[in-house]
Design a protein around this ligand. Structure first.
Ligand code: TXA
Ligand code: MG
Length: 308
């Protein structure tokens, strides 16, 4: 696959083709959100259960408001964190721009303005919302650089843009803002504390949100081929070890200085690199739960198959 320009990528989207799109979080497998055939091609390339709805990516807040009903609190969150790694789930305003298949038939839509210049340049050039799930095949770790993205779903795309290594490395935080409540659906790069600082305490009531349709709520998500063992302080012979801080000095220390931002950025790339060694298991050092640690531990538990 030859990497390409913003204009060629925008044209490919118009043609109904798929594009590998860099964002600040992870690489996305992108398609025109209004085109059901193009969206179907995403589900097929990923091998994703078609009930899992996708995120619509737009260039700015105005474009987000054209497709979603953003209330006062949604607007506060958008102004605080966009462009950036926050996805808002709100009532759909323009179903023709984000087709039923992209929303899995829901009357809500997930929308975000990515914090990557190249992504927003494509969105501006294309001029319509673009759905882009992480470019991995379903259940596997998300790609955080172009070569990993090509390895996962490169076979399905007409164009691929190289935006370098993703600076964040973990998917966006997904927050539902409707029914007068604010709920955290997927922990991510924007932390719970950062969200609560803007809109106050989050609601624990997930009843109104169709939980089984929600983010990586599936067990064994983000999983490498090797089994994953968590909270390990010493690896067994034959295991690859993802260290943290002073635990595990080896090749795959997520952050020797215990910096959670660095650990997040390294997580998926290290899981993949460790997996390539075909170890008996991937052992992972304990990672603190505060701040970004909530999202890192969420992805690790799913990689280990522990979250139902
Ligand atoms: O960082 C990211 O968000 C990346 C980059 C490429 O932008 N994208 C990404 O997309 O992670 P994806 O499709 O892998 O995850 C989107 C999550 C899904 O797990 C889905 O269940 C949830 O957002 N979601 C989308 N629409 C929803 C809705 N209407 N209600 C509840 N959850 C929704
Ligand atoms: Mg994903």
């Amino acid at each position: 696959m030859i990497t390409t320009t913003v204009e060629v990528a925008a044209q490919a989207l118009s043609d109904g083709s798929l594009v590998l799109l860099p964002t600040e979080t992870v690489y996305g497998l992108a398609a025109d959100a209004s085109n059901p055939l193009a969206v179907a091609a995403i589900y097929q390339a990923k091998g994703r259960p078609s009930f899992n709805p996708l995120i619509a990516h737009v260039a700015d807040l105005e474009a987000a408001q054209a497709i979603a009903v953003l209330d006062e609190r949604a607007l506060k969150l958008a102004r605080a964190f966009w462009p950036g790694p926050l996805t808002l789930v709100a009532s759909i305003r323009a179903p023709e721009l984000v087709c039923d298949l992209a929303r899995a038939g829901l009357d809500t839509v997930a929308v975000r303005v990515p914090g990557h210049d190249l992504a927003r340049a494509v969105l501006r050039a294309f001029g319509k919302p673009v759905v882009a799930p992480s470019a991995n095949r379903s259940g596997r770790p998300s790609p955080t650089n172009l070569s990993d993205a090509l390895e996962e779903t490169g076979f399905a795309v007409a164009a691929a843009l190289d935006g370098g290594a993703c600076t964040v490395g973990l998917e966006s935080t997904v927050v539902a803002v409707f029914d007068g409540k604010v709920r955290l659906l997927r922990p991510g790069a924007v932390t719970r504390a950062q969200i609560e600082a803007v809109v106050g305490p989050l609601s624990d009531d997930h009843d109104a949100v169709d939980a089984h349709r929600s983010p990586g709520r599936l067990a064994l998500h983000y999983a490498p081929d090797a089994p994953v063992r968590l909270n390990v302080t010493e690896a067994l012979p034959g295991e690859a070890f993802l260290g943290f801080g002073s635990v595990g000095a080896g090749e795959f220390n997520l952050s020797p200085s215990r910096d959670l931002t660095q650990a997040a950025a390294n997580l998926f790339a290290f899981l993949r690199a460790a997996d390539r060694l075909q170890p008996s298991a991937i052992a992972v050092a304990p990672i603190p739960l505060d701040g970004l640690g909530e999202a890192i531990n969420d992805r690790l538990s799913r990689a280990a198959g522990f979250v139902g």
